[in-house]
Each structure stands twice: as C-alpha cells, then as structure tokens.
Design a protein around this ligand. Structure first.
Ligand code: ACM
Length: 664
C-alpha cells in the first residue's frame, strides 16, 4: 500500500514539476546552481575514483563510504583504490584540509562537472568534498542499463554556516546508535551542527569523573560514558559535523541536584523529575560554590567537546526559589541587583568569563538577551522571531529555531515556507544571522520513534538552511523529499520502516496492514496533550503515525488537478475517499483483537465524513446541474468541524484536498 501511494505521488509530482521547470533532479538541499544535460557516466563496477589533490585519512574514509553506497545500489563490486589514475571516472580534487576540528568558518563550497566520460568534484576543503559527495549520491539516476550520473554542472555553497538540529536526550535517552544514525542522516542533507541537549530536569546524560553523582543519581543509568561522547564527536567530525554540547543552566536543572543538592537555591533532597514542564529547582547564582562547581565541570567537559561553542541553555528559568530565598534576596540588595532578570544576567556574565577562560564562546536560548549581556553570546531564538531580530539589531550573532520545532508536528511544507532572515534587518544585521536549528525535544519521542519524528521533515528544513532564499517551490520540495526519504534510509535512518515496525507490535499482520493504510490518512496531534510522563510507554497508534504522511500533499495535488478538469486525477482521488470511508467499520471490527485500534475510532469517523463530502463534491463536478446551495452549505460546515481539529490523539489527512474541491 505504502509503495503504491509513493509511486502515485512520484508520478503526480513529476508531471507538475516538469511542466513548471522543464527539468528535474533529486538533490536536496537544492544546490545554488545546477544545470543537467543528456548523457553522463555509468555507475557500475567500472566506477573508479581518484583523489588528485590534497588527501588525508578523513577524505579517504568519506570517499570509501560513498563508494560503498554506490556499490550497494549497483550490486556490483567497485574498486576502493583511490589512486590518481588518469582514467578515473570520478575525480575528486581537494585543495586543502580545512579546519582540523569542524568549524563555523569552514568553506563548504564545491563544484561538480559531469560530462560524457568523467565526473569531477572540486572543493577547497575536505568538508566541501563531503558535501559534494552527498550531491553525487543524490544525483544518481537510472536508465534501462542501470545507474548513471547525469551530465551536470553544479556550483554550490551553503546560504548559512550554522545548520543544526538540537537533540534532547534528557527527557528520553537516545543511545549512541541513534545519535550516530542521526549524524549519518544529517550528513546526507548537509546539516553541520549536532546541538546535544545533555541535561534537563528529567536526566543528566554526560558522565563526569569530577562529579560522578551527576549521572550516578541523576540519570537512571541512562547516560553516555566519556569514551562514548568522544566517539560521537569523532564520528560527527568525520562527517564535517560540529557537536555543540548544551548543559542547560540555571533552570531545567533538577537532575544536577539529585546528586548535588547544594547547587540549588532551596534545600533538597531532589528527585529526577518525571513530569513535563518548567520546575522550581534552580541553581543558586549568589554562591561562589556554584561557580566553582561549574568551572570544574566545564574544565572536564571541554576535553571531550572541542567545538568553539558551548550552549548554556538559559531558557525558562523559574524564579520561585530565587524569590523565596531570603539569602538570595539579601544578596541582591547588597549587590544592587535590581530584579530576577538582572540576577540571571549576573549568573550568565560569571559563566561567560569562565567559558572565556576555557576558550569557549557562549550560545543561549533567547531569554538570556537582557540589557547588559556581553556581546559575544549567540542568541538562539525559540519564542518567535523577536529574539533573532533584537539580537541582530544589537549587533549579536543569532540562530533561528522558533519555526522549526519538530516536536510540534508541523508538516514539512509549513516549516519549509518559513524564512530565516526577518524583514526589516539591514544587510549588516542580516549577516549576523548565522543560520538555524531544528529542535527535537523528547517529551513525546523515544529512541524508537526518533527517526520518524526527524525524517524526512528535517531534510526540508535542511534545504531552508542551505539553499538560496528563492528556492521555495513546495511541490518540487515534496517531489525531492520522497526521493531523499528513501535515500536517507540507505544512509542509516529508520524512519520508513517505523510505522510497520510499531504496528506489528500493536496488531497481527492483516490488522497491521489495515492500520498502516489508515495511518496514510492520519497525523499525530501536536505537542503535549497526551497526559504522559517519562515513565509512560510511547507505543500507541499516535506513536506509529507519521508527522506528515506524503499522501496529504498527493491528495492536494490530485484535488487541484481534478478541479481543473483532469478526470484521471478525480478517479484517483475518489479511490482515496473510498478507502477513507472503510476505516470506521474496519477499526471497530478489529477492536476485540487489537485494543489499541480504539485510538483511531474518533478519527475514522471524521475520515468517513471527509470521504462523503469529497465524493459528493466530485459527483457534483460531474453532474450538469449545480448542487443545491443547502447541500454546499452543509458540506462546508461539516468540513469546518474537521479541518485543523484533533480526534483523540490524531489529526486527519485529506481535509485540505476536500477544501480545494469545495472552493474551486
Ligand atoms: C525551549 O524550548 N525551552 C528552548
């Protein structure tokens, strides 16, 4: 079923895109400039690769990984000798190593030139070459003989130097394997920052030898050893990805205080927090011992995390403990610190001095943007665009996250349509915007569901971060997303197998197949509203559902084509509606065998209604007489009761298509 939908999608999108652009490629993020031509070079056992310029072990490893992926696709052995042979079919010419440790200032540009005999990838740095290799892998096309790299001229460089994703491993822990496959997916779509949210109220995940009770008492034994963290940093560096650690302070710190209650602004004892939200435990910014602790902790962690940047968190500081503490209030009076914002700024300034000593630059969530904050901090704007705008206007570097919260379960299109540079900035201010980060908060995500919440939507966000601002065609984005989604699994991610894997736990095979079809028309509800905590299993129908099933966009396209008179599209859409109408009965029928099918009851009823309105609208289009106004009004009001609504824990897919039919 999923395969059929996917093929139909590809067919529908190809037609539209070809018509619009006269050319198509599968590269995502879209390069700055790409021109395709007929012909090209074969990708078969004769594919020989030569490194003709600078070479080092990192470049060689990256090249071998690329060859292995080409080889697996062709199912033919390929040479791994990377000699400088003149007859090589793929020549990689690198000027220099670039930064030894992945760096914000890295030159990631590259060019690709494929003619009838040879493909040439040129880059100034090893990382630039890696970006180009991912493009080559995505560029591969097929004809009757097999795979080939089409003749092409590509010139590419990122729009922004900071293109990241924040992975929360505190709310739910994601083991090293999950982080590594995420890094592989990131490399495939040219993301270059893993922002690792290593501590929060619900867990402390980085092992410290200086302070062993941090993980000893604050992690449920779910943490990374120092060797594991070093391994992740090396794995990321091998793919040109920076790792920015975040130890969120002074709020979101309950897990620190389980082992070290003296850090808090109120006496303990403290327990690992199991609920979601913002909690009272907050570090005491008035005690020297707090800074001595943090200084020793940072001194230890900078030996593991070589990146120039260090994320201090700084978000959602709950002032309850600060207000209630007489010693803190007295300290503020004595030191002329006028309010609680100023107290946090005092804390931040102490921290920045410490980071400076350890040769690290601070990054913080936008709450840290208070008058008096030192200039060098990078502001991560998450509560809207305002933090970004204010930071840039004050001459500070900034990155944008607000529109890219993956846990809010927006569609790829919704996130893709966001622009990163706010209106009203001068060129100089806009130049301070370093890029963006998607956020994968883990209240409702486990390592089992992580991939499906990241991918493929993160690829659409990656395009927003990399590609020129004028690349905004949502239809073409979805066409390429369908292709890149399959290639991401080749790189190691597990999102495409996700739904089937979870459904096989929920139901037997034939019921699982029905539920999988049902989930083609279902999305999880947005952030929150589940009433779960850290100990609740996340193994229900909502967890198996995908954030943005591609069928939703496919149905919108079919509806657009149907209203412009395409009868084949109308027939395909009718088949969708016919399917949607079956779930109410099917889910009730399977209920005795599959208790969790009840999660879909409410939505199955709504899908039945959508199907009825949709079929009526298609019928009305076919009829020669216009439908009575009363019926249109009834359809409209029924549709309004479904559009944008949540049914149990699920939301419908297909309402947009029905809306197109009703209004055109
Ligand atoms: C955040 O989402 N609290 C940064």
């Amino acid at each position: 079923m999923r395969k059929l939908v996917s093929l139909a999608l590809a067919a529908a999108l190809t037609v539209t895109t070809l018509r619009a652009q006269g050319i198509e490629h599968g590269v995502m993020p879209a390069p700055r400039s790409i021109v395709l031509a007929p012909g090209g070079v074969r990708v078969d056992s004769g594919l020989t690769v030569a490194l003709t310029g600078f070479r080092d072990a990192r470049l060689e490893r990256a090249t071998i990984r690329m060859i292995e992926r080409f080889e697996a696709r062709a199912a033919q052995p390929m040479s791994r000798s990377l000699g400088a042979t003149s007859g090589a079919r793929l020549v990689i010419d690198v000027k220099a190593a670039g930064f030894a440790v992945p760096d914000l200032r890295e030159d990631e540009s590259y060019t690709i030139d494929v003619d009838a005999t040879r493909a040439t990838l040129t880059a100034n740095t090893v990382v630039g070459a890696m970006r180009g290799m991912e493009t080559l892998l995505q560029l591969q096309a097929y004809d009757r003989t097999g795979g080939f790299l089409p003749a092409a001229r590509i010139s590419d460089a990122p729009r922004f130097p900071w293109r990241g994703v924040n992975i929360d491993v505190a709310r739910h822990f994601h083991p090293v394997a999950a982080i590594k496959r995420t890094l592989d997916g990131m490399a495939a779509v040219k993301l270059n920052v893993l922002h690792w949210h290593l501590s929060d109220d619900q867990g402390f995940r980085a092992d410290s030898r200086t302070f062993p009770r941090l993980t000893g008492l604050g992690s449920d034994s779910l943490f990374y050893t120092q060797d594991e963290m070093r391994d992740v940093v090396a794995y990321a560096a091998d793919r040109g990805i920076r790792v920015v650690p975040e130890f969120d302070v002074p709020g979101h710190t309950t897990a620190w205080m389980v082992g070290y209650p003296e850090l808090a602004s109120a006496p303990g004892p403290y327990q690992i927090e199991r609920r979601w939200g913002v909690f009272h435990p907050t570090m005491d910014p008035t005690r020297e011992s707090t800074y001595q602790f943090l200084d020793r902790f940072i001194a230890e962690m900078v030996t593991i995390f070589p990146d120039r940047y260090w994320h201090i968190g700084g978000d959602e500081v709950d002032p309850t403990q600060w207000k209630a503490s007489t010693s803190i209030q007295e300290w503020m009076t004595r030191n002329g610190v006028k309010d609680l914002h100023a107290l946090q700024t005092h804390f931040n300034k102490r921290l920045f001095t410490m980071l400076d000593k350890h040769q690290r630059e601070p990054v913080g969530w936008d709450e840290i943007l208070q008058p008096d904050l030192p200039r060098n901090a990078v502001i991560q704007s998450w509560r809207g665009m305002n933090g970004l705008t204010q930071a840039a206007k004050q001459g500070r570097p900034a990155i944008l996250s607000a529109p890219f919260y993956l846990d809010h379960i927006k569609t790829s299109a919704e996130m893709y349509r966001e622009e990163i540079i706010p209106a009203g900035l001068t060129d100089a201010e806009a130049a301070l915007v370093l890029g963006g980060e998607a956020c994968m908060w883990a209240e409702y995500v486990t390592s089992e569901t992580l991939d499906s919440r990241l991918w493929p939507r993160l690829a659409a966000v990656a395009e927003r971060f990399w590609s020129p601002a004028h690349v905004t065609d949502v239809g073409d984005m979805y066409r390429r997303l369908d292709l890149v989604s399959r290639r991401l699994e080749e790189a190691g991610t597990l999102h495409a197998s996700h739904t089937g894997r979870m459904l096989r736990r929920i139901a037997g095979s034939s019921d699982a197949a029905t539920l999988e079809t049902f989930l083609d028309y279902a999305r999880p509800r947005g952030f929150a509203g589940r009433g779960t905590n850290q100990l609740s299993p996340l193994t229900r129908l909502i967890d198996a559902a995908l954030p943005d099933p591609l069928g939703g966009w496919r149905m919108q396209l079919l509806a657009q084509r149907a209203v412009s008179g395409d009868t084949a599209a109308a027939r395909m859409l009718r088949r969708d509606f016919a399917r949607m109408a079956t779930f109410e009965t099917a889910l009730h029928e399977m209920q005795p065998r599959v208790p969790l099918a009840r999660d879909g009851f409410e939505l199955s009823g709504a899908l039945g209604t959508l199907a009825r309105i949709g079929i009526e609208a298609l019928d009305a289009r076919r009829a020669t007489t216009t439908p009575p106004a009363a019926r249109s009004a009834r359809s409209d009001s029924l549709l309004k009761s479904i559009e944008g609504k949540t049914f149990g824990l699920l939301r419908p897919v297909g309402a947009e298509a029905v809306r197109i039919l009703l209004t055109n």
